[in-house]
Design a protein around this ligand. Structure first.
Ligand code: OAD
Length: 241
C-alpha cells in the first residue's frame, strides 16, 4: 500500500510544474526533536502549552519559560538534519518549502528561502515588539531572560505563541505558494493548527494534488489524494530521488 502510494506520488512529482511542501514537527522527529501532540513523547503531553507558549504564561513566570526554551534550543542545536531534510534540500528549483517548525533544520540541511510560519527558536525578539530581533548567541543566560538593549523590556524567543498572529509577509508567501503549486506535499503534521493547516485545502481549491507523508492518521487525511504511511526520513529520499 505504501509502496504503491509512493510510486504514484513519484509520478505526480515528476509531472509537476510547481511543488509546495508543508512540514510539521514529524519532519524532525527522526532528528531527535520531539513533536508536540504524539502521545507519550509529544511536548504538549508533558508540558502546559498555555504556560510555555503564550505571552500570558511568559509574563507570569519569565524565568520558567526562558529556561524551557533554553532547553529546547540546546536540543535543537545538538540535533542534525535527517535524510528527509537533506532530500528536500537537494531539490533545485520549483519547490517552495513552508514549515511550521522553529528548529531551523531545513536551513541547516541546505534549503534556502524557507518560509518559517512559526518563527525560529534560535532567534530572540523584544516582548514589547519594539522591533528588535536578534540571532541568539551561544551564551544566552539560562536563568532570567535578558533585557532588550533597545527598550529594556524582556527578550523572548522569536516564535509564534498561542493567540499571536503569524508574520503577514511569511503567511502571504506561503498562501501564494499554495495557490501556485500543482502538488502539495504535507509532511509530519497533525493538521490541527491554523492557518498552516488550511494551506492544503487552499492548494486543493486550485486543483493541486495533495500528498501526505505521516506514519499516523492526521486531520488532513480526508483532503489527500495520496497518503504515504511512512516517516519523513524514510519516504522523502525515495520520493524525491
Ligand atoms: P504535532 O505534534 O501536532 O504533529 C506531529 C505529526 O507528526 C503527527 O501527525 C505525527 O503522526 C507525525 N509524525 C511523527 N513522527 C513522524 C515521522 N518520523 N515522520 C513523519 N511524521 C511523523 O506537530 P505539528 O503539526 O507541527 O506551534 O504542530 C503544529 C504546531 O503546533 C507547531 O508548529 C507548534 C505546535 O503548538 C508553534 O510552535 C507555534
Amino acid at each position: 500500500m505504501t509502496a504503491q502510494a509512493l510510486d504514484q506520488a513519484r509520478a505526480l512529482l515528476k509531472a509537476s510544474r510547481g511543488i509546495a511542501v508543508l512540514t510539521g514537527a514529524g519532519m524532525s522527529a527522526e532528528s531527535g526533536v520531539p513533536t508536540f501532540r504524539d502521545a507519550q513523547t509529544g511536548l504538549w503531553s508533558q508540558f502546559d502549552p498555555m504556560q510555555l507558549a503564550s505571552e500570558e504564561g511568559f509574563r507570569a513566570d519569565p524565568a520558567l519559560v526562558w529556561r524551557w526554551y533554553a532547553w529546547r534550543r540546546k536540543l535543537v542545536a545538538e540535533a542534525k538534519p535527517n535524510a528527509g531534510h537533506l532530500a528536500l534540500a537537494a531539490v533545485k528549483g520549483r519547490l517552495t518549502l513552508i514549515t511550521q517548525n522553529v528548529d531551523g533544520l531545513h536551513a541547516r540541511a541546505g534549503s534556502t528561502s524557507v518560509l518559517e510560519l512559526h518563527g525560529n527558536i534560535l532567534r530572540t525578539k523584544c516582548l514589547a515588539n519594539c522591533g528588535a530581533r536578534f540571532d541568539a548567541p551561544d551564551d544566552l543566560p539560562h536563568g532570567e531572560p535578558p533585557r532588550c538593549p533597545a527598550c529594556g523590556d524582556w527578550l523572548r524567543p522569536d516564535v509564534v505563541w498561542f493567540g499571536e498572529l503569524l508574520d503577514p509577509r511569511v503567511l502571504a508567501a506561503a498562501e501564494a505558494a499554495a495557490d501556485e503549486c500543482d502538488v502539495m506535499l504535507v509532511v509530519g503534521t497533525s493538521g490541527l493548527v491554523y492557518p498552516a493547516a488550511g494551506l492544503p485545502a487552499r492548494a486543493a481549491r486550485r486543483d493541486a494534488r495533495i500528498v501526505i507523508i505521516n506514519p499516523n492518521e492526521s486531520d488532513l487525511d480526508d483532503q489527500a489524494d495520496l497518503v504515504i504511511r511512512s516517516t519523513a526520513a524514510q519516504a522523502l529520499p525515495v520520493l524525491l530521488d
